[in-house]
Structures are given as structure tokens and as C-alpha cells.
Design a binder for this molecule. Structure first.
Ligand code: ARG
Length: 578
């Protein structure tokens, strides 16, 4: 364990146990302005015990054994315990981190089978900036939890079933598989979808065929299923392209769409009915979970089966939950989906709990994703009002990244192919990091200039920071893993950098527990800032003596590895040279 906050917490807890028989009390360790950390437990504990906080603090300190960790322990104010770590301890921990492949990030002691459900676009329909964001954020959550030691199952819950597939199949049959129009499925599925809609609206015969096709699809007519499968296959080519370009870890094996659960829906309805949870209301089978009311105060229904006999989106989600709990034995489900669906998930989870399909020990979380807005503050669209074509958006990001890239100083010129690769990585890094660094539930305005800047909390800034560190090693004529240390912390900036490095594990675990990648972004950005201060104050290659140089090189190398690992967990590539 190298995270200072945890180490201090354990020590204070030991003292609390010895002094008051309260080993489980939260020691309330916080970063402090006056020392490295503060333990604030004396105040709540004094209240509980009816004594003076300062006396409590004094007793804690009397029992506190931190001689190997801290150089100073002081009581301040009403009873805060200020803890200042010793430089020797920090250096020792930093060295242990340097020597560890996992950068001292411990695997969790309580691994969970965790389903991270993300991306989940609607097949052959559209993938908009909203889906882009759930894809990027979900991928980071999956990577972080995996590294933290959990058993992660990625789940791409695509929309691939339901009424639109009737008209989509008919259009595919009309235009023919090899046609230019069918190619749209691979390049611009939204255009294909729009075209099907137009035919449906303007051609009654097409509309009639489409309706009949839906009936056949729902009856699993073999011929229709074959056409549907073909449609899905072609659409997957598009998904692969987008995922591949973004460096997202989703594969075909992770796709388990709505269609997968189709034959379980009847059972879901029957069981809810038999258990007396669902009732018929206006001809539809509904559940009214307690606590959900509409504007008029009337209870809100979850519609299980419509009056025409068709099942709903919610029914499919209920079947999904039951399957995951029964067949996969999941401990935790994280739904990375737009915040518009918040009520849907709350109600579905409530019904699943009522039905006993979602037991107490299993956690279901809607990791809400806020809207991506255009400069006008509305959902991001092109001027013509259509949603933005993803591939064009990514192309533009790369083009702009190229312009920004040419403006920052480079050690040596780039050949064209290397430049192209680096600029692609910068463009993707910029788009991804912008999605990740904003708290996931918050909306934000999509702004190329801001996200592609080499300054501020951006992907390019952090990528550039790693490349600058690598360039020090190139100039020094050694590889980053050839830095030997030992680490000694003389200058304040060295100490601050090392201390921040030790917080990496806590940042990773906290990001996984909360499913909030912006926390890891904030950590990395602060790390880059601590590094900059260090670099400005502490010459590395021109250090005053060999020992200092060796120590500083090790700090550089450790910072580099931490930044690269952190960005990798976010899915942001780090080019060697920039
Ligand atoms: N396909 C849906 C959409 O694009 C998202 C699916 C979310 N996941 C779920 N289990 N309902 O809006």
C-alpha cells in the first residue's frame, strides 16, 4: 500500500482502536493546506462521546504510531491533526512504485463480476455524438475496472429488433446487397435509415410490405431472419470502423443486442402477471412501481405488453437483468447511457427488484451521460438540422489536430507517415479526452478549438507532456526504463511531484468505484502540472551532481509511466514523439 491517504487512515484507525475502542470510525483524512494531510475525526468523535475535540485529538496523537511515515504531527484549531509526511518515506514509496509493473496499484481484494454496458447504438439507424460519448466513457470505465482487478464483461446492448427493421429489410431487398445504397450501411447508416423512412412515408405499397415484414420477423420466419442477419452484418462493418478508429476495445463478441432477449419476453410478462405485480390497464399489461408519479400525481406505468400484444423496451431490459443475474451471476451492472433515460432505468430497476430478479446484493447503476451540445446550446447537429455524421466529425478533428500540431515546437522534423499517425492519435485523443474530462452526467459544448488545444486540461496537452518527457531521455542518450534512481527528494517541487505520483492507485480505484473517468483525468492533469513545476525548477540532464541527476531521471521516468498508463486506461494513445 503506497497511497499516503490510505496509509495514514490505517494508522489513525489503529490509534482510534487503542484509545477509544473505535477502530472502524472514519478517520476523515483530507489533504490540507497546512500539512500534507489532516485527520479530522476528533470532531465527530467528540460529539459522539460528549467530550472536547481537542482532548480527543490529544489522545489520538498520544497513541498514533507514524514515526516511520511522518516527520511532523501537530494539533491545530479545535482538534485537527496535521500530518506531514517525511521526504524519506515518500521517496521510498516512489521507488517501490517505480519498481512495480503495476505502479503499486493493488488489485482489489473484492473482485466483482461487472457488466459494463456501453455504446449500444441502434443498428442500421444512427450513431450520433451521444452514442460516441457513451462509447468513449464506457470503454474507459471498463478498462479501469479491469485494471483494478475486477472481472469485466463488456456488453454492447445494440438496438437491433423491433418495428423499424421491417422497412430496413425491405429497403435492403429493394436496392440489392451489392448496390451503392446498401453500401450506406457501412458508411452512413443514418442515411440508409432516412431513405427507408422516406419510402415508408411516400410509397403505400412499400409501407404495407414493411409492416408484413415486421410480423414475419417477430414470428422468426427463417427467410426474414436471414435478411435481418445480413442487415446486422453490414451494420457491424460500420461499427467496427468507428470503434477501430477510436481504439475502443469492443468486439463482435461483446454485442448482445435486444434481439437476444426477444424469446424471453413472454416469460417476463407471464411471471409478472402470475406474481400479481403486473395488472391490465387500458388493455396493456403494466406495472406501477411505488413512488413514481406523473405531473398530475397519477402513478406512472412501466408498460410490459402493449394492447396490440407487442412488447416494450422496458420488457427487454427486464429480461436482460434477469438473464445477467441468473446466467452470468453478475455482481454489478453499469449502464453507460444518456441521462434522458434516467427515469426509464429507475423504473425498470424498481420493477426488477419487486419481481426478485435483481437481488439486494447486485448493484444496478445508470451511469448517466450528459448531452453533447452545439455552439447554440442545443443538441449537437449540423446546420441543416440533421445529426452530425460521425466519420466527418472525426475527420475534422484530425484535420484541426494537424494544424495545431504544426504550431507547437518539435525536436526534429517528421516524415509524412509518422506525422499522419501522430496527428490521427492527437485528433482522436482530443475528442475522447473532451468526453472523458467533463463529469459524465454534465452536458458540454462540443468545441474543436478548446479540445484540440495543447494547453489546459486536454488530451493533446497530456499527450504532449509524455512526448516531452521522452525527449529528455533521448537527449540524455538513455531509455526511460534505464533510469536507476535512487530517488531523493531535496527540492519542494520534487517532493510535491513524488507525493502526487503516490496518489495514482487511489485515483484509479476511485474512478472504478464511481464509474467516473473525469476523476482520473483530473488526477493526470494535476500530475502533469506538478511535473511542469518540477521541470521548471529542477534541471534534470544538467543537475548539479550525478546522484541528483539519477534521482530526477527516475522521477521523470515514473511520471512518464504513470501518465502513459493513466491515459491508456482512458483509451487515449500516447505517441512516442510529438
Ligand atoms: N439503443 C438505445 C439507444 O440508442 C440504448 C440502449 C441502452 N441500454 C439499455 N439496456 N436499455 O437509445
Amino acid at each position: 500500500m503506497s497511497d499516503p491517504q490510505h496509509v495514514l487512515a490505517a494508522r489513525v484507525q489503529a490509534a482510534l482502536g487503542a484509545a477509544f475502542g473505535e477502530p472502524d470510525a472514519d478517520p476523515v483524512i483530507r489533504p490540507s493546506q497546512f500539512a500534507d494531510f489532516q485527520a479530522n475525526v476528533a470532531l465527530p468523535l467528540a460529539k459522539k462521546l460528549g467530550r472536547k475535540p481537542r482532548d480527543i485529538a490529544t489522545e489520538i496523537v498520544a497513541r498514533l504510531d507514524v514515526s516511520d511515515v511522518c516527520e511532523k504531527v501537530e494539533i491545530s484549531g479545535p482538534g485537527f491533526i496535521n500530518l506531514t509526511l517525511s521526504a524519506g518515506w515518500i521517496a521510498g514509496q516512489a521507488e517501490a512504485m517505480y519498481g512495480d509493473e503495476r505502479l503499486a496499484v493493488e488489485k482489489t481484494g473484492a473482485p466483482q463480476t461487472t457488466i459494463v454496458e456501453y455504446s449500444s447504438p441502434n443498428i442500421a439507424k444512427e450513431m450520433h455524438v451521444g452514442h460516441l460519448r457513451t462509447t468513449i466513457v464506457g470503454d474507459a470505465i471498463a478498462r479501469v475496472l479491469e485494471f483494478a482487478g475486477h472481472h469485466v464483461i463488456r456488453d454492447n446492448h445494440v438496438g437491433d429488433w423491433g418495428t423499424p427493421y421491417g422497412m430496413l429489410i425491405e429497403l435492403l431487398l429493394d436496392v440489392g446487397e451489392g448496390s451503392e445504397e446498401a453500401k450506406l450501411l457501412e458508411t452512413d447508416p443514418n442515411a440508409f435509415y432516412q431513405s427507408a423512412r422516406e419510402h415508408f412515408g411516400s410509397d403505400p405499397e412499400f409501407a404495407q410490405r414493411s409492416r408484413e415484414r415486421v410480423v414475419k420477423l417477430q414470428a422468426h420466419d427463417p427467410d426474414t431472419i436471414r435478411h435481418w442477419e445480413r442487415l446486422v452484418e453490414l451494420s457491424k462493418i460500420y461499427l467496427h470502423k468507428v470503434y477501430g478508429r477510436l481504439g475502443v476495445t469492443l468486439t463482435d463478441d461483446d454485442i448482445r443486442g435486444e434481439s437476444f432477449y426477444d424469446d424471453m419476453l413472454g416469460d417476463i410478462a407471464d411471471e409478472l402477471r402470475a406474481k400479481g405485480i403486473a395488472v391490465i390497464s387500458d388493455g396493456a399489461l403494466c406495472v406501477f412501481p411505488p413512488g413514481f408519479t406523473g405531473r398530475d400525481g397519477d402513478p406512472l406505468p412501466v408498460i410490459i405488453r402493449k394492447s396490440d400484444g407487442g412488447y416494450n423496451y422496458s420488457t427487454s431490459d427486464l429480461a436482460t437483468i434477469r438473464y445477467r443475474v441468473d446466467k452470468i451471476n453478475v455482481d454489478r451492472m453499469i449502464y453507460v447511457v444518456g441521462s434522458q433515460q434516467a427515469l426509464h432505468f429507475q423504473m425498470v430497476f424498481a420493477v426488477a427488484r419487486m419481481a426478485g430478479w435483481l437481488p439486494e446484493g447486485v448493484s444496478a447503476e445508470h451511469a448517466q451521460i450528459g448531452n453533447v451540445l452545439g455552439p447554440d446550446g442545443k443538441i449537437f447537429r449540423t446546420r441543416s438540422g440533421k445529426s452530425i455524421k460521425l466519420t466527418e466529425l472525426l475527420d475534422e478533428a484530425v484535420e484541426r489536430a494537424g494544424a495545431a500540431f504544426d504550431e507547437v515546437p518539435h525536436d526534429e522534423p517528421f516524415d509524412e507517415e509518422t506525422r499522419r499517425q501522430v496527428v490521427e492519435a492527437v485528433g482522436m485523443g482530443a475528442v475522447k479526452y473532451a468526453d472523458l474530462s467533463t463529469a459524465r452526467g454534465s452536458e458540454y459544448v462540443f468545441d474543436f478549438d478548446r479540445m484540440i488545444s495543447f494547453r489546459g486540461n486536454t488530451g493533446p496537452y497530456l499527450q504532449y507532456a509524455t512526448a516531452r518527457i521522452r525527449s529528455i531521455f533521448r537527449k540524455g542518450g538513455l531509455a526511460p526504463d534505464e533510469a536507476t534512481g535512487p530517488i531523493a527528494l531535496g527540492h519542494d517541487a520534487e517532493r510535491a511531484l513524488a507525493l502526487h505520483l503516490l496518489g495514482f492507485g487511489a485515483a484509479v480505484h476511485q474512478t472504478g468505484e464511481t464509474a467516473e473517468p473525469h476523476r482520473l483525468c483530473a488526477y493526470l492533469f494535476e500530475l502533469a502540472a506538478a511535473y511542469t513545476t518540477f521541470y521548471e525548477n529542477c534541471p534534470v540532464l544538467k543537475a548539479p551532481d550525478e546522484a541528483t541527476k539519477a534521482s530526477r531521471l527516475a522521477l521523470c521516468a515514473l511520471t512518464l509511466r504513470t501518465l502513459v498508463k493513466g491515459l491508456e486506461l482512458l483509451g487515449v494513445a500516447t505517441p512516442e514523439r510529438m
